[in-house]
Design a protein. Structure first.
Length: 190
């Protein structure tokens, strides 16, 4: 699943009108699992690697896979939830819960690029038959489901956001996700 989609879905599931202060921990928790991927991509481009080498070779190399495992660890996200509860720090609990929600959304939508979601307890990867992007593994279906969930979450969130700026950012993000879907999924079909 794409990072902006995670952010929108996590807000729809975790943010409550009575706790808008938890918006930032939810957004940051939804971003943490993909943060190393952005660093990796910047590093790879800085090395002058072509896109095919980046995604077919460098992505699967060590130490990158070990780094990705840390950010994509369900046990570490659950530690954040437990610490938030134990220390009575709601922001930490929401951050950890958002990380876990991100991981749970990724589990059914990653095939060849599956993460080690149970690190450090296990290095096993759940290889889903469905990908959110790879057409050889039902990527069009995965992308369509992702888009429909994002649109539903956006429709749910828009009237619940009190700030016009927040509403505008959410609307623009959802629109960009829909445009990307059209470019990457619909146009190749035509």
């Amino acid at each position: 699943m794409n990072t902006p989609s995670h952010l929108i879905l996590n807000l729809a599931v975790l943010r409550r009108p009575v706790a808008p202060a938890m918006t930032w921990p939810i957004l940051i928790g939804g971003l943490i699992p993909d943060a190393a991927l952005f660093v990796f991509y910047g590093w790879a481009r800085g090395q002058g690697l072509p896109a095919q080498t980046i995604w077919n070779e460098a992505y699967y190399s060590q130490p990158w896979q070990a780094i990705f495992a840390v950010g994509n660890s369900i046990p570490l996200g659950l530690v954040g939830v437990a610490l938030g509860y134990a220390l009575r720090r709601a922001w930490l609990g929401f951050l950890g819960a958002s990380m876990v929600l991100h991981h749970l959304a990724d589990l059914p939508l990653h095939h060849d690029d599956a993460h080690q979601h149970f690190w450090p307890l296990s290095l096993v990867r759940f290889i889903s038959p469905v990908s959110y992007w790879d057409v050889d593994h039902f990527g069009r279906w995965g992308a369509t489901i992702e888009l429909l969930l994002v649109l539903a979450a956006t429709a749910y969130l828009l009237p619940r956001l009190s700030s016009r700026v927040s509403q505008g950012l959410l609307g623009i993000t959802a629109a960009l996700i829909a445009v990307a879907y059209g470019v990457l999924v619909l146009i190749p079909l035509g």
